[in-house]
Design a protein around this ligand. Sequence first.
Ligand SMILES: *Cc1c(COP(=O)(O)O)cnc(C)c1O
Length: 345
Amino acid sequence: MENLEQKAVNIDWGKLPFGYLKTDYNVRCYYRDGKWGELEVSSSEYISVHMAATGLHYGQQSFEGLKAFRGKDGKIRLFRWQENAKRMQDSAKGILMAEVPTNIFRDAVIKAIRLNEKFIPPYGSGASLYIRPLLYGSGAQVGVKPADEYLFIVFVTPVGPYFKQGFKPVDMLITPEFDRAAPLGTGSIKVGGNYAASLIAMKKAHDQGFANVVFLDAKEKKYIDECGPANFFAIKGNKYITPKSTSILPSITNKCLEEIAKSLGMTIERRSVALEELSEFEEVGACGTAAVISPIKKIVDDQSGRVYEYCKDGNPGPISTKFYNLLLGIQNGDLEDKFGWTEVV
Ligand SMILES: *Cc1c(COP(=O)(O)O)cnc(C)c1O
């Protein structure tokens, strides 16, 4: 294999954006003739793609996003990778791709982390190593049918916080004229097509100064679905409330927050959340791996003109803040992981 020495890198960790930064290696695995091959290590950022690959034409593609953190003790903790492996298998099932076996997923992720160890941001920098597994139909088809060859790739990149301003409340826009996913479509799996469908709504929100979009349910436009590429949650009294819908992507961060809420004695409600309820919530937020929690200050309904406001003092709510600190503390190893979410790699 290539020279794997780990020379120090010259990165200003505190100024790292949430974006792509080249690292040394990525890990690949090909599915051909009905079976997965051996893991391969590549130092190229490029892949050679057949021009008739189904991943390009028919959207046979899915991805994952997870993080690894360096602790005060120097150890590297990988967060809930089993959940991502399972979700990628669900995505593969949903669009008839070959499923990546759990052991291949794990080995590829750990190999990619270890080979790029010098890119794992130091403890206390606020940055982490973002891991991006990708699966797509690499086999050629012209008729609409699933490919018979697939490529699974894992690359990593060090990332700073998702929002430059840090853990601060943001504004969201409800744009009922756009849907992200159909009720019985692909909203519940992590495929690129859902993202393509959401770009136009997100652009509109960004252009108007909003951090992101709150999508409503596509059928009745009465219920909250998702916050762009993140799940929605609300706090009301002692209740943690999050929408239940067939077009929501099951967020692992949301699952963590539910478990944290439960451990703090709160009641969990996963149910349809009507738009009007927005005026009754004490705290609302978006959650996902990238930003962990984005507390919401204001939601503007583009159609009705209604405005819902939270965080009146400009700061994130007390419960959102508590959740954020607990989850981050477990991820970077500062707090005891009584949930068993992290694995030292
Ligand atoms: C990935 C994703 C999320 C967040 O999921 P996490 O597992 O918490 O990172 C939420 N919504 C959509 C649409 C997503 O693609």
